[in-house]
Design a protein around this ligand. Structure first.
Ligand code: ATP
Ligand code: MG
Length: 255
């Protein structure tokens, strides 16, 4: 069974159908790419899945629970968490403090901890988990640095860390390598793969960098004018005539 089931999903802004009749299944443990031209509706789709926007029509089901009528915090508590297209962090707090902020957004605390663990124990547990995440992402050396002092690539990594701190089951990344240099892009690609391989988290990502998308994704969904244009394995998408015409363009195709 798919962990995420999207059925006939539409989102209208006034006269504009930003997402239109979208049908999509994401399997547990998959890395799914969502691509398409600027303004195609990719970010809107993420916003509807994470509950930031209410769907105009259609349904979203996550792990058997209908989420399309739930609030963003309830959806996050079920484990559906997104990062933003731009950097969103607390600049005057350290890396560890930022990640710990993410812990506090994590609503799925164990009953045991809530009932038997005192506040202090929970706090030290939170800090330990935050440290583990910082270490996992290779940022241990930057743990006590102010977020604002980090180079751009690491600020984006910190955004991923904050999202991981909420213990997602489906992590949605909006343009995770946008603006990164090749080294930073490679590092982020490696991190995303490890998040799936080592943490078992299902990943859905929007990205314009085709090399990254083709390298990383098990399957790709192409959106154009809010509608699904194509879906398939990376090599299928790369050779799909409609996709090339609408989006890729011959010069963008990478082997
Ligand atoms: N809050 C909003 N109110 C009105 N229109 C919106 C809103 N958010 C997005 N749109 C419009 O919906 C369409 C889809 O936008 P969206 O941001 O989802 O595209 P995108 O595929 O993420 O593009 P990009 O690749 O440039 O990030 C665009 O025409 C955009 O102007
Ligand atoms: Mg976008």
């Amino acid at each position: 069974m798919a962990i995420l089931e999207v059925r006939n999903l539409s989102k209208r802004f006034g006269g504009l159908m930003a997402v239109q009749g979208l049908v999509l299944d994401v399997e547990e443990g998959e890395i799914r790419g969502v691509i398409g031209p600027n303004g195609a509706g990719k970010t809107t789709f993420f916003n509807v899945v994470s509950g930031v926007y209410k769907a105009t029509s259609g349904t979203i089901t996550f792990d058997g629970t209908r989420t399309s009528n739930l609030s963003p915090d309830k959806i996050a508590a079920l484990g559906v968490v997104r990062t933003f297209q731009r950097v969103a962090l607390f600049p005057n707090f350290t890396v560890l403090e930022n990640v710990n902020m993410g812990r506090h957004l994590h609503a799925r605390e164990s009953l045991f901890a809530a009932v038997f663990g005192g506040q202090r124990q929970k706090e030290s547990e939170n800090l330990q988990k935050s440290r583990d995440i910082v270490d996992f992402l290779g940022m241990a050396a930057h743990r006590d640095e102010l977020a604002s002092n980090l180079p751009y690539g690491l600020q984006r990594t910190l955004n991923v860390a904050i999202a991981l701190a909420t213990e997602p089951r489906l992590l949605m990344l909006d343009e995770p390598v946008a603006g990164m240099n090749p080294t930073e892009t490679q590092e982020m690609t490696r991190i995303i793969r490890r998040i799936r391989d080592e943490l078992g988290i299902t990943v859905m990502l929007v990205e314009h960098d085709m090399r990254t998308v083709m390298n990383l994704c098990d399957k790709i969904t192409v959106i154009d004018f809010g509608e699904k244009l194509a879906e398939g394995l990376p090599h299928e998408i790369q050779s799909n005539k409609e996709v090339i015409e609408a989006y890729l363009g011959a010069e963008d195709i990478v082997a």
